[in-house]
Each structure stands twice: as C-alpha cells, then as structure tokens.
Design a protein around this ligand. Structure first.
Ligand SMILES: [Zn+2]
Ligand SMILES: [Zn+2]
Length: 321
C-alpha cells in the first residue's frame, strides 16, 4: 500500500510537471515506455529445412545467423508450422495468427485480419507505415482479408513479384532493392519481407544451389540487421524477427528436400530468431512455440490488440521479465 501511495505521488508529480506550458515533451521523456520497440521487421526466408540451418550444429550454411546474429538475439529451436506447410498458408499463419488452408496460387485471401490491418486500424497510421515486400507475387494476398469489415479495409502497402504486379516471381536481388528503398524512404513501422530463392532451388531439385541460396539469405539477414543497427531512424528501436514459412520433407521421405507440404517433421520444423532492444541476447529457448505466436508478439511490441489471433504469448523473451 505504501508503495502504491508513493508511486501515486510520484506519478502526480510527473504528470503535473508535464502540464507546465511549453514542457509538453517532458512527460514522454520522464515516464518510461513499456517497450523500446517502435518498429518491427519480419524477414521470412522461404522454405529452408532446419537440417540445413540451425539444426546443423556447424551452422555451415548460415555463418552470419549462427555466429553474428544468434549471440545478439533469442533463438527458438523448437518453432513450428503446425498448419498447412505451404507458402501462402504459412505466411497467413504468421500474419493473421490463424491456421487456414489458403489456396497456394494467390487466388484466395486469408479469412481473418492481419497484423498489418489491425495495426493500421488501431494506430490510425497511413498505409505507408505498414509494408509487404515479397519475391512471390502471390503473397499480395497477405494485404487483405475476407472477413466482413476487413475486406479492402486498412490494407498495408505491398510490392509483390516483378514490378510489384502481384503475380509471378522475381529474383531476391530485385526484391532487396525494393526493401531498402521502402526502408529508406517510407520508414514503415511494420514490414514483412519474403525471399524465395531457397524454396525455388529446392523445387528445382538443385541441392548445390539450394545450399548456396540459404547462404545468400544469410547474407541478406546480416545486411538487414546491420542496416537497422546503423540507420538513424531505426537504430535502437527496431525488432527484427527472422523465420520461415515452412521447411521441406526429410531425406528419405517422399521427394526429400525437393518438396514440402505435409506434416512430416522436416516440413513443420522451422526456426525463429528474434533480435531487438527489448529482448534478451544470446539466449536459446527450446520450449515449443509456433507461427501463430508471432502475431501476438508483434501486437505486444507495437501495442495493439490482436485478439483475432489464436496465438499465445511468448514467455522468456523480454528482458524485463
Ligand atoms: Zn515451395
Ligand atoms: Zn514433409
């Protein structure tokens, strides 16, 4: 009780200070924000298998993620796609917090609103503050939802596929140009990036280039984190979440690394590496979490309600706990 009274007096003191004319900024400076994060970037690397990423103890194909980024963040080693293990369903699980069998050709919208729509609606920010930039054109479905009240409402900006036309695929190098352009010029608070090469090399049954593509995306992840750490707008207030939409079949199961889409552990097992000013560093969480939980995490970081998500809160990630 005594603590509450003292706290109240302190609070009244702070609030009254803040009402001094011309001192409007003071309150913001004195009262601590619950979190430091103002921006969240989600990098989805499409379709690597855990056995070639963090499931490989040598980390040989992901040197930056393993040696440079992992020590700066929290790695979830038991992270799952527990829904349909295809591109559009996997991304939909991440952005809406619900598992739904979405057609994988880009002709079906998610049913429920996404983190982008909920964020834009509740923050009343303009659509340039939430962005989707994807190498796969069909991922433009992530900008919209079927549900009444959400269809064609509160949609984020998107640039998916060649010239952002919403169909076909484009090489990651061009997607990356757009990513940097958007970050530098639009300054979004919330952004999802999809890089496709790992998945397409896998489907080509091209083991060597599949591995090379994993290492290329490792470079992009490193470049992105370094940018966010050094850019004057994003440094110190930006969370980066690196994850996958799905894995691929285990060796000896069906077509092996060439394809994905069923419930084998190769398809379900993915990772999440979370880096940001509010999180622990150099920590590994082995408890099981899943794609749905990302939407809850983002809503917590950017302070909006995501009760349309079926995800759960991730424990042991925030430094304050
Ligand atoms: Zn695929
Ligand atoms: Zn499988």
């Amino acid at each position: 009780m005594k603590r509450i009274i003292i706290f109240s007096i302190a609070l009244v003191g702070l609030l009254s200070l803040s009402f001094v004319p011309g001192e409007a900024k003071l309150r913001k400076d004195v009262l601590p924000e619950p979190q430091t994060t103002q921006n969240v970037i989600i990098l989805v690397i499409d379709g690597p298998r855990m056995t070639e990423t963090f499931g490989d103890p040598t980390g040989q194909y992901i040197p930056h993620l393993n040696e440079d980024l992992k020590p700066q963040g929290v790695l979830f080693t038991n992270f799952k796609n527990n829904g349909v293990t295809t591109t559009n369903s996997g991304h939909t699980a991440i952005t809406t917090g619900t598992y739904q069998r979405v057609k994988n050709d880009g002709t079906e919208l998610p049913k429920y609103p996404s983190i982008f729509q909920q964020y834009l609606k509740q923050s009343k920010k303009s659509k340039d503050k939430a962005w989707i930039v994807a190498s796969k054109g069909k991922l433009n479905i992530l900008a919209n939802a079927k549900k009444k009240g959400w269809f064609n409402n509160y949609m984020p900006s998107e640039y998916c596929g060649p010239q952002g036309n919403g169909v076909d695929y484009v090489a990651d190098i061009f997607t990356w140009e757009k990513v940097m352009d958007v970050l530098n010029n639009e300054r979004p608070n919330l952004m999802l990036i999809n890089l496709l090469e790992v998945d397409t090399r896998g489907h080509n049954n091209d083991w060597e280039n599949y591995l090379k593509a994993i290492t290329k995306t490792d470079n992009y992840a490193y470049e992105l984190w370094n940018y966010l750490q050094s850019d004057e707008h994003y440094m110190g207030n930006t969370t980066l979440i690196i994850t996958n939409d799905h894995g691929r079949h285990l060796d000896g199961h069906r077509t092996g690394f060439k394809e994905h889409g069923d419930g084998c552990s190769g398809c379900r097992d993915i990772y999440m590496l979370a880096l940001g000013p509010d999180f622990y560093q150099d920590k590994i969480i082995n408890e099981e979490y899943e794609q749905l939980d990302i939407s809850i995490l983002v809503s917590e970081l950017l302070r909006f309600d995501m009760s349309t998500s079926r995800g759960r809160r991730i424990e042991g990630l925030f430094r304050e706990e």
